[in-house]
Design a protein around this ligand. Structure first.
Ligand code: PSU
Ligand code: MN
Length: 303
């Protein structure tokens, strides 16, 4: 095992016995939602994963150790410290561990640590992607490069249109990452079920998703797979309300000269501020939905 990694005993036991495990990211807790809803949501996600037959493993960096599986107390610690904890992407892992610091793992780093631990399925809310204006800023999330190289399936609700969804799909295509729509032919846009962009394949059952991913792994192809699971109809938001908020958030981002790792948290916080509690509730509900689907896929993968 990697000498920088600690696997929670319950998670290690499930993996040793070939039982289903679902990885979860910690940036969604520290940077993605306000306290205490972030902690309540993370604990409810754990419960939903168990209810659907898998063991949850929240991934994070604590005191310079890579962690696969957090206790409720550790989840509370991340939720309370929030954005004071460093947002950790691939380039941050070595420095944070060498210095004995904490880090909140993004989709990219959660994939890396899940893979080190032997976890194949990971549930999150939304992924990073190619930002609007990337043709001049070159702002492309490290999440995409990780999907291209690390064999973990990421279950998400698509990507927010703070990103350029068309360019994000082009990048994934170039790097050979399959984008699967769960029960839909269309890429969902996080808060809404539609984006106008087609996915590569539509698959309707956890068993068929697990089979597609297992085939990719057994074939020896590098990289992950992206499963886009649309937000349930009853929680999806009004497309015009959301696109208005995103346009305003992007305007404020440019006006304030925000760049680098601060861009995504800035945009997410602004959209939340502009849409009030609606977007937070949508975010929580789509996360629950992704957790349930990921647990079912993990269970099917282990059969
Ligand atoms: N998009 C969301 N919610 C999130 C994130 C992205 O809708 O919480 C977080 C995830 O942790 C993701 C990270 O991996 O932001 C991407 O950051 P960046 O764009 O800096 O790579
Ligand atoms: Mn970026």
């Amino acid at each position: 095992m990697n000498k920088f990694l600690d696997i929670k005993p319950e998670v290690a036991q499930a993996l040793a016995e070939g039982k289903p495990v679902v990885a979860l990211e910690s940036t969604i807790i520290s940077h993605g939602m306000p306290y205490p809803q972030n902690v309540q949501t993370a604990l409810e996600v754990d419960r939903i994963i168990r209810e659907n037959g898998a063991v949850p493993a929240t991934i994070a960096i604590i005191g310079g150790r890579l962690k696969a599986g957090l206790s409720p107390e550790e989840i509370e610690y991340f939720g309370k410290k929030g954005t004071q904890i460093a947002k950790a992407s691939r380039r941050d892992l070595a420095a944070l561990c060498a210095r004995g610091e904490d880090g909140a793992t993004t989709v990219a780093t959660t994939m890396i640590i899940a893979h080190m631990a032997g976890i194949k399925i990971f549930a999150t809310g939304g992924i990073g992607g190619v930002h609007r204006g990337a043709e001049t800023t070159m702002d492309i999330s490290a999440d995409l490069e990780e999907l291209a190289s690390t064999p973990v399936m990421v279950v998400c609700a698509g990507a927010k249109s703070i990103l350029d969804l068309g360019l994000t799909l082009e990048y994934l295509e170039t790097h050979g990452v399959p984008v699967i729509g769960y029960g839909t032919p269309e890429l969902p846009a996080f808060y809404t079920r539609k984006s106008g962009f087609a996915v590569d394949y539509r698959i309707d059952t956890p068993e068929e998703v697990a089979k597609a991913f297992k085939t990719q792994i057994e074939m020896g192809l590098r990289g992950g797979m992206l499963l886009a699971n649309p937000i349930p109809e009853e929680y999806s938001m009004d497309a015009d309300e959301i696109s208005g908020a995103i346009a305003e958030a992007l305007r404020q981002c440019a006006e304030n000269g925000v760049h680098g790792k601060e861009t995504t948290p800035f945009l997410l916080a602004k959209v939340k501020e502009l849409t009030g509690g609606d977007s937070l509730n949508a975010n929580i509900q789509l996360m629950y939905n992704n957790a349930a689907v990921a647990a079912k896929i993990a269970a099917a993968y282990c059969k």
